[in-house]
Ligand binder design. Structure first.
Ligand code: BV8
Length: 249
């Protein structure tokens, strides 16, 4: 295991890009997707999280998202030490910290992060497929739901990115990857693209950047990172941020 020492001595004021996945929220009580007890072990992705299925069978897709929303609501989900550490990094680092998450939970914001790019969308937002309006709403959605803006029936969906749909903020994220001095991947299996391909973008277009994976175990792309640190996010992320802030050159 490599120790992440390369993160030390990062030029003060350099640009940091952080990518997070479901692993950072696991210790807050939110299931990951691909762990043994993960979400996808209980439901088939193709049945509930693809744009194709939405067009064929809206009810199944909406029922799944209503169930997930209820699970989020019922659990007393609070940010953990890893979320708070990234909020601290954004506040105290004397340079840009672009925080990109694949997660739809709002735990980064609750942990003090101010600018979060939810590339797979986020909970609490609803989009109309007829007029494109995105509204704050935590209401359950049904095939008879009506858009308050255009009146369309059965066109409301969660504002999350399903398989087969283009993730959000891609131009902004790609530009940040191409100018970053440090790319940190936290709590993601490196399975889902294009997020899993960010490390290749950095290696190809910003070869001087340092790259570090912080995860519970090696991800699919672990060998592409210059440094790796393994352990529970609530332990390794605060320690990593502390080291970064105290040793930046
Ligand atoms: C697209 C919705 C094209 C929100 C999700 C090659 C290139 C491009 C695309 C593809 C490609 N090959 C295949 C594709 C298609 C597909 C894809 O990648 N498929 C995979 C399965 C092979 N990609 C897409 O469809 C994407 N769209 O490419 O569009 C396009 C182009 C033009 C025009 C139109 C379209 C869209 C992908 C987004 C899909 N939506 N979710 C939601 O429901 O939440 S994906 C889903 O996976 C979640 O967003 C999740 O965040 C994401 C990634 O999962 P992880 O976050 O990594 O979670 P996972 O459980 O896998 O891993 C958790 C990790 O944490 C583990 O490593 C574990 O060890 C670790 N961990 C656990 N506990 C802890 C911990 N770490 C630290 N501490 C702990 N305590």
């Amino acid at each position: 295991m490599r120790t992440g020492d390369e993160a030390n001595g990062l030029r003060r004021g350099g640009t940091i890009v952080v990518l997070t996945g479901a692993g950072i929220s696991k210790e807050s009580g939110i299931d990951t997707f691909r762990d043994a007890d993960g979400l996808w072990s209980k439901v088939n992705v193709e049945d509930v999280a693809t744009i194709e299925r939405w067009h064929r069978d809206k009810k199944t897709v909406l029922d799944f998202s209503n169930e997930r929303r209820a699970a989020f609501r019922s659990a007393n989900i609070v940010p953990n030490a890893a979320h708070h550490a990234l909020g601290r990094l954004q506040r105290e680092w004397p340079g840009e910290v672009a925080l990109v998450t694949q997660n739809i939970d709002l735990l980064h914001e609750a942990g003090g992060a101010s600018r979060v790019m939810h590339m797979h969308g986020r909970g609490g937002l609803v989009r109309c497929m007829a007029c494109g309006t995105v509204r704050e709403s935590d209401a359950d959605l049904f095939t008879h739901s009506r858009c308050a803006d255009c009146g369309a029936i059965g066109e409301l969906r969660p504002h999350i990115v399903w398989f087969g749909e283009m993730p959000l903020y891609m131009d902004e994220i790609t530009a940040a990857l191409e100018r970053c001095d440090l790319f940190v991947s936290i709590g993601t299996s490196g399975t889902v693209y294009p997020a899993a391909g960010f490390i290749q973008i950095v290696r190809r277009r910003r070869p001087s950047a340092r790259t570090i994976e912080l995860n519970l175990e090696p991800s699919d792309g672990h060998s592409l990172f210059g440094e790796t640190i393994y352990g529970p996010a609530t332990e390794i992320v605060p320690a990593f941020v502390e080291r970064l802030l105290s040793t930046a050159a």
